[in-house]
Design a protein around this ligand. Structure first.
Ligand SMILES: Nc1ncnc2c1ncn2[C@@H]1O[C@H](COP(=O)(O)OP(=O)(O)OP(=O)(O)O)[C@@H](O)[C@H]1O
Ligand SMILES: [Mg+2]
Length: 223
């Protein structure tokens, strides 16, 4: 489902050239989950962004759900991302002027899913993430854990083939973090979604069956 072959990514910054990814190759089977682990600065976010087409590597190739995503034009890439990929960011990134229900509906609206179906799906997802009845709450009224659960519901609302999550538990206490990650694993398993999660949370890394450990932009270990 995801095939990454020999990607390099370099940034030019005030510090000069930073080689964020150096010759990274791996694949993730359809329906399975991969954890990207490694210290701060090891390249986890850059790698997720290259998989999801938010960054373009200088060299190498990424095939995602059958598409060579870095060969797609801007318009085709956004269409692909909108339909096939769900993103969960570290800080939730809910749209502050939309309520919970509208936030979850948003990716479905972009994919032109009709109102009635959207509303049914929102209730189903709110139930699944333990927030039934919270549809009319505004993002500022939510706790960090609730925000991340809504962000996750939004990421899977349009039934993406691939879910990419960057430190989804970083702002949560360990109990809420564990709950969210269990939920992510069980719902993605049920829907057959392929998931890649970047984290340095040992509680997530330890029990996960498939993991890549990054160090200075390279794969240090793969389990
Ligand atoms: N836009 C950018 N411009 C310049 N350098 C960047 C940029 N994005 C990332 N880097 C550098 O690339 C390297 C990898 O960064 P990345 O954000 O991928 O690490 P990370 O493993 O996600 O770290 P963290 O755990 O802190 O989120 C770091 O040295 C970082 O400073
Ligand atoms: Mg990061």
């Amino acid at each position: 489902m995801i095939q990454v072959s020999g990607i390099f990514k370099m940034f030019r910054s005030g510090r000069g050239k930073v080689f964020a990814l150096k010759e990274i190759s791996f694949s993730v089977e359809k329906g399975s989950s991969l954890i990207l682990a490694g210290k701060s600065g090891s390249g986890k976010t850059t790698l997720l962004n290259c998989i999801g087409g938010l960054e373009k590597p200088e060299k190498g190739n990424v095939i995602c759900a059958g598409e060579q995503i870095h060969s797609l034009s801007g318009k085709a890439l956004s269409r692909f991302q909108r339909r096939r990929i769900g993103f969960v960011f570290q800080s939730g990134n809910l749209l502050s002027y939309l309520n919970v229900m509208e936030n979850i509906e948003f990716p479905m609206a972009l994919n032109e899913i009709k109102g009635k179906r959207r509303h049914g799906r929102v209730s189903e997802l709110l139930d699944a993430v333990g927030l039934a009845g919270a549809g009319s709450a505004m993002p500022f009224e939510l706790s960090a854990g609730e925000t991340q659960r809504v962000a996750f519901a939004r990421a899977i609302a349009h039934s993406p083939s691939i879910l990419l999550a960057d430190e989804p538990t970083a702002n949560l206490d360990s109990e809420n973090g564990r709950q969210l990650i269990n939920l992510m694993f069980s719902l993605s398993r049920e829907s057959g979604c392929t998931m890649v999660v970047a984290t340095h949370d040992a509680e997530i890394i330890h029990p996960a069956p498939h993991k890549l450990f990054l160090k200075d932009g390279q794969i240090e270990d793969a389990i």
